[in-house]
Design a protein around this ligand. Sequence first.
Ligand SMILES: Nc1nc2c(ncn2[C@@H]2O[C@H](COP(=O)(O)OP(=O)(O)OP(=O)(O)O)[C@@H](O)[C@H]2O)c(=O)[nH]1
Ligand SMILES: [Zn+2]
Length: 335
Amino acid sequence: MSLETFGWTEFFEEQRAADEAALVPMRIAAVHRSRMNAVGLSGSVRLELPLHVKTMDFAVGDWVLVDADTRMLRRRLERKTLLQRRTEGARFQQLIAANVDTLFIVTSCNADFNAARLERYLALANEAGTDPVIVLTKADKADSPQDYLQAAQGLQRDLPVVSLNGLTAEARLLLAPWCGAGQTVALVGSSGVGKSTLLNTLAEKASDEEQLTGGIREDDAKGRHTTTSRSLHGLATGGWVIDTPGMRTLHVSDVAGGIGVLFEEITELAPQCRFRDCTHAHEPGCAVRAAVEAGKLDPERLERWRKLADENRDNTPVMTGPRGNRVVVDRNKRR
Ligand SMILES: Nc1nc2c(ncn2[C@@H]2O[C@H](COP(=O)(O)OP(=O)(O)OP(=O)(O)O)[C@@H](O)[C@H]2O)c(=O)[nH]1
Ligand SMILES: [Zn+2]
């Protein structure tokens, strides 16, 4: 085993200072209110935390440097990617997972398929720097899974889409390109689409896995995963998967860049509009509306872009004041 099997790359290695050579790199496997578990070459440990450290500032998947003798957490390394979101009305973003290479956005080939909801997850992934993959489950139950495949592919340029039966070993094969040694994936999607099923298929239920990740699943009375606990699981194929419970409704905020990537066909037309701040709603000389009229752009896509971009603007605090204190924008004062 090497650190690379845990997802360690040059990006992290370069961050180690000369005087930190004695510290051991470990990856955060579970974050609880007052304690954190980490995994590394020496196995799974519960970290000792310095007094000032708040666990909410850490995400599952983070790389940290640890004092090998005391297990004291010394420093978190800069993240390659960070999935985060703001729960409604919250001042700070909630960290979901760090250093995730691929986000599996799971939906089924049935009524769960909803373009607008998938686009929310795509914006989140794009903003985080995580590559999104749409995973269409229950293809075995659908009359024409091709329709869903095609609809999903239209959601973003060059978007990988996989349709499968999550209960079969073939699913593991189809998702293998993103689940190899050292690769980290996270799963999101509505309840019942088959995330747990997929997880079980990907994990193949290795018996020592529980030990490695510290056995960190916590359920509340309703059998739902608690939002305070997330965890990193080892996959049979050498990759890692991060559980992301508690993401039933996803309100977007702070994802302007992610929306730009998601709706690239709109983003790249905007500079051709007559007005620099064109809203593509009523202005003359609008290149985006011209594209709709020419049949080159789906009017429903434009409508969904508008809704998502508006919601993002409404929910994203602006930095104001000399100290950069965050103030939520007044809904009526924008534009
Ligand atoms: N036929 C078929 N059934 C599936 C597939 N994937 C999941 N199921 C079934 O769908 C049901 C729901 O799957 P789960 O894995 O529990 O869904 P989930 O997304 O984890 O749901 P939550 O735990 O509520 O978030 C189960 O009965 C699965 O056996 C699939 O690809 N094909
Ligand atoms: Zn325009």
